[in-house]
Design a protein around this ligand. Structure first.
Ligand SMILES: Cc1ncc(COP(=O)(O)O)c(C=O)c1O
Length: 410
């Protein structure tokens, strides 16, 4: 069966909503995605029928809840082709996953003068934790620059990576939509003796993810961008690395023993999951993986390539030089996240005008201020398409821009 976004959209109750007499045109999935009935029902059913503590109690209900929780871990592991479910650590989100690596692996392994390589297109979640480490212990940051069309400029990669300890990079830019050559970058990191950390927050929701084919050392992603609930994300890491790392937060669940004179850690992944986890959200993340699996990530990617092609063509053929779409034009190396500038209208004004037609786009710096400076702007408008969007959404955006032109007197 072909991929039919209009049918898929029926799974998402929010699209039944009529707001101020108009349907919702949701083009902000790079920010956070909407949730299908299947995820909502899985969480509700768990709350109504199976809710109990996990890992701590011997009674039947608790065993059932623990099985469901660990079952979700297995689903997430399969989804990214992790060799073992024990290598999947549930975190609050991708931000926490990246902080966990910088905080624990970073503090255990990086000394003054050690080099961490990042790129100019990183989200703040993959910049600030390294800046914090730089301020604390004097690590040195190097930056991979960008080409004019918003791809990584890899001309001097080997030089940038020389003597580096870490190369941490995004698999897909949340601003430019650029998909980076992850395997090539992981190989380059390893050739230089560095760890490869992949911010896969924008990639996992939209593509087939295979951590083994990539050869990555760690990847981070969030449930809320992939049809699951907010409040949970995941860090995947190689067991040997996770095993050798000190814990992150201390407390219940992460210990094997506690004495008056110290403690020993539980095995991975419990070592990194201190306290009561987001139990219901993990169940929801597992259901989101089931949902995406049933659609097929190859189909999702195919659909989004078509959406990116259609949206870029529609906007440029209608507005020509009045619209600037940032990032690559080649849909083989980009997702369906389109940041754009329109006729000099400030993105915040633009998003407010589009909102009059319920066209939801993000306006701002997208937590990527170094990239904004490179683009020579303080903000962009960003329309991001997902599996429930179709051509009608791109048309609605183009029509609403016409309305903006009227308001701003073009
Ligand atoms: C590329 C990228 N990395 C990391 C994050 C952080 O995700 P979260 O806010 O879910 O932790 C985002 C969120 O927009 C992102 O786009």
């Amino acid at each position: 069966m072909g991929f039919d976004a209009a049918t898929i959209r029926k799974d998402f109750p929010i699209f039944d909503r009529v707001l101020d007499g108009q349907p919702i045109v949701y083009l902000d999935s790079a920010n956070t995605s909407q949730k299908p009935r299947q995820v909502i029902d899985a969480m509700t059913s768990f709350l109504e029928n199976s809710y109990a503590p996990i890992n701590r109690s011997a009674y039947k209900l608790a065993a059932e809840a623990t099985d469901a929780f660990e079952g979700a871990r297995k689903k997430v592991a399969r989804f990214i082709n992790a060799p073992s479910a024990d290598e999947v650590v549930f975190t609050k989100n991708a931000t926490e996953a990246l902080n966990l690596v910088a905080y624990t692996w970073g503090r255990a392994n990086l000394q003054r003068g050690d080099v961490v390589v990042l790129t100019h297109m990183e989200h703040h979640a993959n910049i600030v934790p390294w800046h914090m480490l730089a301020a604390e212990r004097g690590i040195v940051l190097r930056w991979v620059p960008l080409t004019a069309d918003g791809q990584l400029d890899l001309t001097d990669l080997a030089t940038l990576l020389r003597d580096a300890k870490v190369f941490s990079f995004t698999a897909m830019s949340n601003v430019l939509g650029t998909i980076t050559p992850v395997k090539l970058l992981c190989d380059a990191a390893h050739a230089a003796g560095a760890l490869a950390i992949v911010d896969a927050c924008q990639y996992v929701p939209h593509n087939v993810t295979d951590v083994q084919a990539w050869g990555a050392d760690f990847i981070a992603f969030s449930s809320h961008k992939m049809c699951g609930p907010s409040g949970v994300g995941a860090l995947w890491g190689r067991m040997a690395l996770l095993d050798a790392m000190p814990p992150f937060l201390g407390g219940g669940n992460m210990i094997a023993d506690v004495r008056l004179d110290g403690f020993t850690c539980a095995p991975v992944p419990a070592k990194f999951e201190a306290g009561t986890p987001p139990i219901v959200e993990v169940i929801g993340m597992g259901a989101a993986v089931d949902y995406l699996d049933a659609l097929g990530m190859t189909n999702v990617r195919q659909h989004e390539m078509q959406m990116a092609t259609y949206a870029m063509h529609t906007l440029t053929s209608r507005y020509g030089d009045d619209i600037t779409i940032h990032g690559p034009r080649n849909v083989e190396v980009r997702g369906a996240t389109l940041s754009f500038a329109f006729r000099g209208v400030h993105p915040h004004d633009l998003s407010q005008v589009l909102d009059q037609r319920n066209v939801c786009v993000r306006a701002g710096h997208h937590c990527a201020k170094p990239l904004m400076r490179l683009l020579n702007c303080t903000a962009t408008a960003r329309a991001s398409f997902y599996l429930y969007n179709d051509e009608s959404d791109a048309d609605a955006l183009a029509d609403a821009l016409e309305g903006a032109s009227d308001i701003f007197g073009f």
